[in-house]
Ligand binder design. Sequence first.
Ligand code: BF8
Length: 661
Amino acid sequence: MLEKGKISRRRFLQLAGAAGLIAASPIGMGTASASTPPPGGYTIDPITMKMKWRAKSLGIKTVWDRFAANQVKSANAPLQATCLMCQQGPCIDVKNGVGVCGINKDIIIAKNLVSETARGAAAHVGHARRVATILKGVGEGSVDYSVKEPDKLAALAGHLGCGNSASEVANTILNHDISSLTETPKMLEYMALDDRKTLWEDKGILLKNGGAIEIVEAGNSLAMGMDADMENLLLRACRLGLVDAYCGMHVATNVQDILLGIPGPVTIKTNLSVIDKSKINVIVHGHIPFLSDAVIRAADAYNKGTSGPKVNVLGMCCTGMEALMRNGVNFAGDILQQELAIATGAVELIVIDIQCTQPGMVAAVSAGGMHTKIVTTDPKSKIEGTTYMEFKAEEADNFASNLIQMAVSNYSNRNQSKVYIPNDKPSKMMGGFSTEALLAALDKVKPGDPVGALVDNIVNGNIRGVAAVIGCVTPRDTYGYRTVELIKKLIKNNILVVLTGCVATVASYHDLLRPDPTYPGVGESLAAVMRAIAEANSLEAIPPCLFMGACVDNSRIEEVVNAVANKVGVRIDQLPIAGSAPEYIAEKAIPIGFWTVALGIFTHLGDAPNVGGSARVVKWLCDDVEAIFGGKFYVEPDPYAAAAKLIEVIEQKRDSLGLTT
Ligand code: BF8
């Protein structure tokens, strides 16, 4: 179905348009026919396209419709320097002069960017705090969870310098890493390499407080009449990147592994056609995988005792990724596919924890006349028009059982004549490459020296370098186009690609996570390495790219990067590695980007944050910062140009290290 070679975006759209995939071509209610994708051509995901038509025929507005409707208003947004921080203004689109208080557009734009970065970091610190609270509850015996990985708990306790009970580790995280008024987070002390800590201290961004206090300090610096120094503001954003990583993502990953299990390789199915019309479909959606874990358990219990239709639990967004990695749950869709799931008419219940929900789902239910119930469960994340039921870990099992009962009752409200699920088979995806799983697989290749197995192949040039392709998918471009084309170009050039976040879903739709020994798109020497890993692990194949988890699992990528830097004996900024968020949309991606830059990593973004109005800010982010940390941002929407640049950077780093093969 997919042409594997390079294709321009124009040609891509021509092919799709010629086949009627771009033009509106609604599928009538209750019908199941749709045009086939263009013969031999590269097409955008046919399942998504069919569901877009379907949604249109039902009058359901999708994220793409809302994007189109907002284009006029948002066209100039990247150029605006608008300050809404006080009531002297508002100062709208300050181009050449200054705001009422006297700050210029460079400062306004830098302040807006730091504000966005702080929100992103707050999201991950909030996530970390929530899971650490559940860990504390486990220690106290008050919640419906238990320690599944005692060795990981003990190891983490050792690294954090505390006793190894769940309570002691939780208290260290909560009282110290998240809320200390005076000390550097212990997770940062443990995780970050010494040379980085020294550099960050020298440049004034080493954290001196817990993450929550750092976010308060960021808010303080942004207040009216405070920081008006562009570089100081942008260094603040780098500092917030460290908050996100060490007080957010690393905490979340560690605690989730300890309580829910360390992921290992697992093969599941992805895309909207995993929704099964013969079953009661429940989608777990959001980011914190504790409610979803309870829902999965409750569904299993229900299914064992029923002779009627079974409950089919499916994942969406990062909660879905956590559930697929640990529970083998099939994955229904990403950030852009939420309304499309509703448009199938076969989803009884969507259960949301936090983050990345499209409130447009509510309108999708009513416009389509669908029976889908949407339940929100977190007091910070209510959505008007949904049913709100607060989730408490103390009563997780009862809560989840009630949700399953709600879905079962709602099944009788399903109008089968409204059900449309594309016939296209779901994609096959292997995921679950946690650090532990990856090292275990490499250990089979080189027993006793798993990191050496990776390093050897980088040094000898079989693997030219490693690219982490992470983050969201965007409605600003043809669905999945940037991500898929970028990855294909990288792996063809023998760059090992690791993935986290929604990019992995579109990658899976295009066979990039399918363990297929005949997949032709991987460069010869990289393919040989992947074959060797598969053979050593008695697997038929491992996929062209390695999926390491949800967005918080970017922490796992740092673990691998640090191990490689230690093994080679060089700084991170010297390694032939790069990061890319080709389709980022969420503000959570911004602190992650500042973190990777502060780590010394060349970091590609498919779209610029809203900084285009300040040449000084752009220059600092894409140039000047490299002299400080060794990493910098690079913005390029075109996936071929971006891939070429990433390959060039990786090859330059190889040259600088004297890796001549
Ligand atoms: O944290 S990749 S759209 S789902 S922000 Fe959200 Fe982006 Fe998806 Fe998860 Ni990450």
